[in-house]
Design a protein around this ligand. Structure first.
Ligand code: BGC
Length: 370
């Protein structure tokens, strides 16, 4: 999906500037020629009081719940009228919500998709109505009607998880070889494959050289997925893996793509009466940070939602003012139809060792790690 080798370089590279759509264009001045770069002069922008739609997925992790609150507060403070909605009922509910946002005249649509490939009709209507579309956290795929992507660097998240698993095994489980199992996120979320690929870029060479042994043999993404990012699905698969493969073996480590699934795996392991393996995570959820401090879950990823939402709102303001929108990656996120200009933030690995530091300015988490 992306050219990963360039990810780090792209992040540190000087920001490229992308000039695609910019608020509503003035249909009256359209000369009928499409040069592929909507000229800033046709940009009408938008002002205080403009409606901004934010379509969020299901509440599959705490970061989404926090995003709801931060978008409502931040967009209101910036003078806009936010409409922030979850689609706990699934894809068709999210489609209906986006339809309604378009009808209600939003200037910008910020979309955290449940299934990034299922919004083609809605995004076409948004484009026809001159609405700018920002893919938030998760890429929108198979459509040309997405203007920007704003997210933490997903491949880097996977790399950090893979490396944390190796570090944790060396720290807590003595000499190699180690028995491990692999978990991935929900296959309808474009991020899930990217997290997995990032992790496997670190782990596969260690599987190949015998340092790591995936006892179940389930090393393919399709075998490792967790539908809907649901804890119960990960727990069920962990139960099955343990009873089928670990009757007389230790399970030393588990690649888990996020904290919700990490805790599900730990629940399963404890129920099976096995020693606690090294388990990775992501999202810095409260219960997982507690678990890390207590020496159980090994790692998580700090992707501060405050920074991601703040940056997204900065983009919205730039669109309103007809400014050029800053991006720092223009070649990684090919969505199947186009390469979406992206602004990527840098994720951070967190273990017991650096937790106090990492969360020093987080009012909730610093209470746990201080
Ligand atoms: C987000 C993760 C989150 C997962 C489940 C992903 O798209 O990037 O941070 O853990 O969704 O909610």
């Amino acid at each position: 999906m992306r050219n990963f080798a360039k990810s780090l370089a792209a992040l540190t590279a000087i920001s490229a500037l992308a000039l695609t759509s910019c608020g509503r264009e003035d249909a009256g001045t359209d000369t009928g020629t499409d040069t592929g770069t909507a000229a800033a002069s046709t940009c009408e922008g938008f002002e205080d009081g403009a409606a901004i739609g934010v379509a969020l997925p299901q509440k599959t992790s705490e970061n989404w719940v926090l995003a709801e609150q931060l978008f409502n507060e931040g967009l209101s403070d910036a003078g806009y009228e936010p409409s922030v909605q979850f689609a706990n009922g699934g894809v068709s509910e999210q489609q209906a919500q986006i339809n309604a946002m378009i009808t209600n005249g939003v200037e910008v649509l910020v979309v955290g998709a449940i299934d990034g490939a299922q919004l083609g009709n809605q995004l076409q209507q948004a484009k026809d109505a001159g609405i700018t579309v920002l893919a938030y956290d998760r890429l929108l795929t198979n459509t040309e009607n997405v203007d920007y992507y704003v997210a933490y660097d997903n491949f880097k998240v996977g790399e950090l998880q893979g490396q944390a698993l190796l570090d944790g095994l060396a720290e807590r489980k003595g000499e190699a070889p180690y028995n491990i199992e692999l978990f991935a996120g929900s296959p309808d979320d474009a991020n899930a494959q990217v997290f997995f690929d990032g992790a496997m870029s670190v782990l596969q060479p260690k599987i190949d050289d015998g340092t790591l042994n995936v006892v179940s043999g389930q090393t393919a993404f399709d075998q490792a997925v967790t539908q809907g990012w649901k804890a119960e699905n990960a727990q069920k698969r962990a139960d099955t893996l343990l009873s089928g493969n670990y009757a007389s073996e230790d399970l030393d480590g588990v690649l888990s793509p996020n904290d919700t699934l990490a805790r599900a795996v730990l629940t399963s392991v404890k129920a099976a009466g096995k020693d606690i393996p090294v388990v990775t995570g992501q999202d810095s959820e409260v219960e997982s940070v507690k678990s890390i401090v207590a020496g159980e879950q090994y790692s998580t990823i700090n992707k501060d939602t405050r920074d991601l939402v703040e940056h997204t709102i900065t983009m919205v303001e730039g669109l309103g003012a007809c400014e050029e929108i800053e991006v720092n990656d223009t070649d990684s996120y090919d969505n199947g139809v186009k390469t979406v200009p992206a602004y990527l933030l840098e994720p951070q690995i967190v273990t017991e060792e650096n937790a106090a530091d990492a969360y020093a300015d987080d009012p909730t988490l610093s209470e746990i790690t201080k």
